[in-house]
Design a protein. Structure first.
Length: 77
């Protein structure tokens, strides 16, 4: 592994640990806002488009399921 890869891995591990700590110390996290859901939906749509262009259909199916869940959540707001 290069130094950059090690640093990225360390940052990822730290982020996961921090997120876990926050959830444990504050179990009453607010629900996702409409803005957050729309931002995630836009990100997923971009990924879906890229995967379609590269003919990565298995990844497309995973992304499509995530999109469907977000659309369901948006429908309940």
């Amino acid at each position: 592994m290069t130094d950059d890869e090690i640093n990225k891995l360390a940052e990822r591990v730290a982020s996961i640990l921090l997120d876990s700590f926050i959830v444990q110390t504050n179990p009453f996290q607010p629900n996702e806002t409409e803005e957050e859901l729309l931002a995630e939906l836009a990100r997923l749509m971009t990924l879906l488009s890229a995967y379609l262009e590269n003919e990565q259909y298995e990844k497309c199916a995973i992304i499509k399921n995530k999109i469907n869940r977000i659309e369901t959540k948006l429908g309940k707001l």
